[in-house]
Design a protein around this ligand. Sequence first.
Ligand SMILES: Cc1cc2nc3c(=O)[nH]c(=O)nc-3n(C[C@H](O)[C@H](O)[C@H](O)COP(=O)(O)O)c2cc1C
Length: 260
Amino acid sequence: MNETLELIGNRKSVRNFKDKKIKREDINTIINSTLRAPTAGGQMLYSIIEVEDPILKDKLVVTCDNQPFIAKAPLVLLFLADYQRTYDLFISSGVIEYAGREGITHRTPGPGDFMLASCDALIAAQTSVLAAESLGLGSCYIGDIMENYELHREMFDLPDYAFPITMLCFGYPEGDYSTRSVSPRYPGEYICFKNQYRRLDQPDFSQMVRPVEETFFKSRNFTGNSENIGQHFYTKKFTSDFTLEMNRSVQKALDIWSGI
Ligand SMILES: Cc1cc2nc3c(=O)[nH]c(=O)nc-3n(C[C@H](O)[C@H](O)[C@H](O)COP(=O)(O)O)c2cc1C
């Protein structure tokens, strides 16, 4: 084990932050490390908005499925899948005339560009998680930022081709962070394959979920009347109101990126 592997292996999401400011110097270190993340073709198809305004943070608590810890995080970074800057660069570089001259069919960003920009933004986000962790800061992703697209566009003045793909809350962990166990994972054999995809069957599933189910049974009850982890995730995540909203919201953005 080296320090980097230890850091990765011990990371846990943190939702309970000390009431302690993060030094500007440390925030800059996190941002500068994040900017070293690889991006598709080196185009940096992402942007980061540091959400400092407490009014905006309070609104995010509500628009991101009522998660109060967002307002308590001393650092909140919003990651945008951003093709707007690159598309604007194209336009200001005279590509319309250039395309006409060269016989290139001009186009606006599409769904593939959306996915590529999302890859850039998410890789940047995880880079910032690890940089922050190395400075003693905990973090937690907020996937619910993909909901309420129209509201978030208005709140952050987002143009057509900038989509809030994820958000991160950072702060010094309060409480039992160093003693708390890492959360369980499905065993690697059900996640990582060689050469070809392997579709899992019933015996695989009962082995796969065992470590996760055991931890769940110990620590909290399953949602509603669900009897196993599959039913639990199906109820709590897949068919819940917030995922229905997320699907609606992302479709709205995709419509724009698809020129609909
Ligand atoms: C894309 C993504 C979205 C997430 N969204 C939320 C969220 O909205 N709220 C939250 O409390 N945790 C969120 N999490 C944190 C996960 O619940 C957490 O990573 C997972 O349960 C595993 O726990 P660990 O990070 O401690 O290993 C999110 C994580 C990811 C990667």
